[in-house]
Write a protein that binds this ligand. Structure first.
Ligand code: ADP
Length: 312
């Protein structure tokens, strides 16, 4: 409980779904600014839940990488409140840049730089047996030097035990992979790769790629955009607990259809995008293999982080 004495809490910065976020600073050195995220713990889980979560989150503190937000400290207050002390990143997130179509212009070289940073963050998580499970533009925060940092590990759990049954009700719907929509209980890093693919697509078209209003509509949008899952293209899919399909069947979409929509990142970029948006999670590209793809070396070269567009 010394941890909470290390920081001084200041004004409220914002309110999220699960948390209030406050500006803060180190007591020892007030020039070190931090964001203190106070998680709202639901009534029915109150008893001793925060200390459990603190233990779970402690290992995230050791996850140190330039493209992952630093978790400086975790502590519980009043035994119910969970407090995360995070690196302070006041320049907004990728969603703000994507949406500001009139104010922010960016091109293929910028997308390549942002996607490189995101891919390295996901690779590092997976190398360390951590699934992020909620990758979306609004969880990609921007540092003063242009570095993009993966944030909001609220749902992150260790997946070092692959046989542990996990909840499939994770990941914001638009970025959710088909295996989770079908209720898969055992899943892998491939869930994050699908989300990375949908973020990649959104960066290109500057609109959410698969914006389903319900889970049923989400499955239908995926089928129309990518193709209908079958036992041929995804062995075992029909055995998943909540397997259901729309009545009209769409064949797997080929390169031409993706080139038409995403061609501005070139044929190498489209090739990488298609490999992230593969229906069968076992055939989806891994973060490690993403980093070995040709696209990174093709022209244009990724923009240097200092030269990336910022919010206006
Ligand atoms: P949500 O993900 O629902 O937007 P969060 O709880 O992550 O909610 O954050 C709420 C708000 O607090 C954000 O919109 C942002 O303005 C601010 N915020 C969150 N994390 C940080 C941070 N590390 N540095 C600066 N501001 C932050």
């Amino acid at each position: 409980e010394d941890e909470k004495k290390k920081y001084v809490k200041g004004k409220k910065l914002g309110e999220g779904t699960y948390a209030n976020v406050y500006l803060g600073h180190e007591r020892r050195d007030p020039s070190v600014l931090v964001a203190i995220k106070k998680i709202k713990v639901q009534k029915e889980y109150e008893d001793g839940m925060a200390p459990d979560a603190v233990r779970e989150l402690k290992h995230l503190q050791e996850l140190s990488h330039p493209n992952i937000i630093s978790l400086l400290s975790v502590f519980s207050s009043k035994s119910q409140n969970l407090n995360l002390v995070l690196e302070y990143l006041p320049l907004g997130d990728l969603e703000m840049l994507i949406r500001d179509v009139d104010g922010v212009r960016y091109g293929a070289a910028d997308i390549k730089a942002w996607m490189g940073m995101l891919s390295r963050a996901v690779w590092f998580c997976h190398e360390n047996f951590v699934l992020h499970r909620d990758i979306k533009p609004n969880n990609l925060l921007i540092a003063a030097d242009g570095e993009v940092k993966l944030a909001d590990f609220g749902l992150a759990r260790s997946f070092s035990d692959p046989y542990r049954v996990m909840t499939s009700n994770v990941i914001t719907r638009w970025y959710r992979p088909p295996e989770l929509l079908f209720g898969a209980e055992h899943y892998s890093g491939a869930v994050d790769i699908w989300s990375v693919g949908t973020v990649f697509a959104e960066l290109i078209i500057r609109n959410p790629y698969l914006p389903g209003n319900t889970e049923v509509e989400q499955i239908s949008l995926i089928c129309r955009a990518i193709g209908t899952p079958t036992e041929e293209n995804w062995p075992g899919v029909s055995k998943l607990p909540q397997f259901t399909l729309p009545s009209e069947v769409t064949p797997l979409q080929g390169r031409d259809s993706f080139m038409g929509m995403f061609g501005t990142v070139g044929s190498d970029g489209v090739d990488l995008l298609m490999k992230t948006l593969v229906l069968d999670p076992n055939k989806r590209i891994t973060a490690r293999d993403m980093l070995l793809h040709n696209w990174w070396r093709a022209d244009p070269k990724p923009t240097r982080k200092e030269d990336l567009p910022k919010k206006g």
